[in-house]
Design a binder for this molecule. Structure first.
Ligand code: HEC
Ligand code: HEC
Ligand code: HEC
Length: 440
């Protein structure tokens, strides 16, 4: 059980702003080089690194580095568990730890597509070098030296190199997970999990600004050459010659579509029209995307002690919130189970609940933790898509209890504390499943 003051929410806000800022900075300095290797770690560096860690990193990565900080429950992907020694962004062979330079570069620029902020404009280089030395002490794998890959000289991009790279893409069957077009068309595998059984999406190769490890040909080369440990993205070390891998990297870079921020007004209009058409053609996919990005999944799936989603319980409800002074609110089961989930709700009942906060039984939900008011002017087609998708979520039997409201005197005291004394309304998220799994 953990207590989350609204401090955590603020931290997430700050992290989000920092992340956006860093993306902007990267665009301004695309060729930014990682810092030079730090001096060999002295005990004082590690000690200082821990001090930096305890202030800056603990919120997400947790006091003992297990990726279970107070904010972790709100984040997808979850923060890294440093005790496992599995790193995605490396210039080293698969199975090896990253180099100091790899870690420093990651901490400096942050990880796109995640809450991990870029620290280069926040922390001085010395702090970054020291915190990296401290993070290394958290996993025994760092007793082995890193096995760095030695890439040959890059092949500059050209139409010929890109054409050869496309053949390598076909031969190595990247399309099985990334699709023939780099954005999932015809992919055989569409749902992925990391080693901690947390959901994960295969990168959209046409949107390189979302790549965790950077978008240059060298970054891309290193990702598939060395693999992304802890994820299904394999290493292709022996599958192709070095020259072929540079061609492949050039091909992947060539797949990039124009980002919205570089489009003209007409292009933006056309782009969104195309997205709308795709959403209409595949409402279930659109619905899944909305259910992920509107955080229905984060709130409606119970978590374990490490703040990880319980396996097999995606959208099965039972995550319990306590909100002072109002009471305790376990989230409902959104799977298609007829008895304990939404299987017996009509389409209109589900839509009314999402947009007006009124359940099938006519009970009015508080406007939080589920902020249904902000869902109230969703496009009808998006609401249809959410319902269409929820119908496809395999049934999980999980009977979730009703909310428990605080009794009146406590409620009044809580209100007084909040409104007159200016206290924050604290939110607690409990670990474990508040429901009864398997009970009809
Ligand atoms: C706001 C939350 C947050 C904070 C604060 C944060 N991180 Fe992270 N960090 C993450 C998340 C989320 C990931 C996982 C991203 C992923 O899997 O793509 C991550 C991943 C990492 C990784 C793994 C890189 C790899 O190759 O796999 C390192 C190293 C790291 N963080 C270091 C730090 C350090 C050092 C600090 C403090 C200076 C810090 N983080 C602060 C959220 C955070
Ligand atoms: C078994 C499925 C699978 C195959 C095969 C596969 N990938 Fe991936 N790939 C993934 C997944 C899953 C991710 C997302 C990892 C993450 O977000 O942590 C990914 C991520 C990536 C990324 C993003 C890197 C980053 O910095 O975030 C690139 C680039 C990439 N893959 C290229 C390739 C290429 C090129 C091939 C073929 C040589 C390939 N992949 C084959 C599953 C696969
Ligand atoms: C911030 C957390 C949060 C988010 C995000 C959230 N919900 Fe909820 N939801 C809750 C809580 C808590 C309840 C139960 C409230 C109560 O009983 O008073 C609930 C109740 C529901 C119910 C009623 C379930 C029942 O059995 O009575 C439905 C349906 C629902 N949510 C659907 C959704 C959908 C769809 C989304 C995404 C568009 C979503 N929720 C996003 C927290 C959340």
């Amino acid at each position: 059980m953990r207590r989350l003051a609204s401090r955590s929410l603020r931290a997430i806000g700050i992290a989000a702003v920092a992340a956006v800022g860093i993306v902007a900075l990267m665009r301004a300095h695309p060729a930014a080089q990682p810092a030079a290797a730090p001096a060999p770690p002295a005990a004082t560096n590690v000690q200082h690194g821990k001090a930096v860690y305890d202030v800056r990193c603990i919120e997400c990565h947790g006091a003992t580095g297990q990726g279970d900080g107070p904010s972790a429950a709100y984040l997808m992907p979850r923060p890294r568990d440093f005790t496992a020694g599995k790193y995605k962004i490396r210039s080293t062979e698969t199975g090896s730890v990253p180099t100091d330079d790899d870690l420093i570069a990651t901490v400096r620029r942050g990880i796109y597509g995640s809450a991990m902020p870029g620290w280069d404009r926040i922390l001085p280089d010395g702090d970054i070098a020291d915190v990296v030395q401290y993070v290394k002490t958290l996993s025994p794998q760092f007793a082995q030296p890193p096995r760095a890959v030695r890439p040959s000289t890059a092949t500059p991009s050209s139409p010929e190199s890109i054409a050869r790279g496309q053949q390598v893409y076909d031969r190595l069957q990247c399309a099985k997970c990334h699709g023939t077009d780099g954005r999932g068309a015809g992919a055989v595998a569409t749902a992925f999990e990391d080693d901690w059984r947390q959901p994960l999406a295969a990168a959209n190769l046409t949107e390189p600004w979302t790549f965790h490890g950077g978008a240059s040909a060298r970054d891309v080369y290193l990702r598939f050459r060395t693999g992304m440990m802890g994820t299904p993205m394999p290493s292709f070390a022996d599958a192709a010659s070095d020259a072929e891998m540079w061609d492949l990297a050039n091909y992947v870079v060539s797949l990039a579509r124009k980002p919205v921020w570089s489009m003209t007004a007409d292009e933006v209009t056309a782009f969104y029209a195309q997205q709308d058409a795709e959403a209409r053609a595949n409402p279930i996919k659109r619905g899944e995307h909305l259910v992920d990005t509107l955080n229905c999944v984060l709130c409606h799936s119970p978590i374990d002690e490490k703040k990880r989603m319980l396996p097999g319980m995606r959208l099965a409800g039972g995550l319990r919130f306590r909100i002072e002074p109002f009471g305790e609110f376990p989230t409902g089961n959104l799977t298609s189970d007829k008895d304990t989930g939404l299987g017996n709700w009509s389409d209109d009942e589900i839509k009314r609940c999402i947009t007006k906060g009124t359940t099938k039984d006519g009970v009015r939900l508080l406007p939080y933790p589920m902020d249904w008011a902000s869902f109230s002017n969703m496009k009808p087609s998006d609401l249809d898509a959410i319902v269409a998708y929820l119908r496809t979520v395999p049934p999980v039997v999980n009977r979730v209890p009703k909310p428990r409201y605080t009794f009146l005197p406590m409620y009044l005291w809580g209100k007084f504390n909040m409104l007159i004394l200016g206290g924050d309304p604290p939110i607690t998220i409990y670990t474990g499943n508040a429901g009864t799994r398997g009970a009809r």
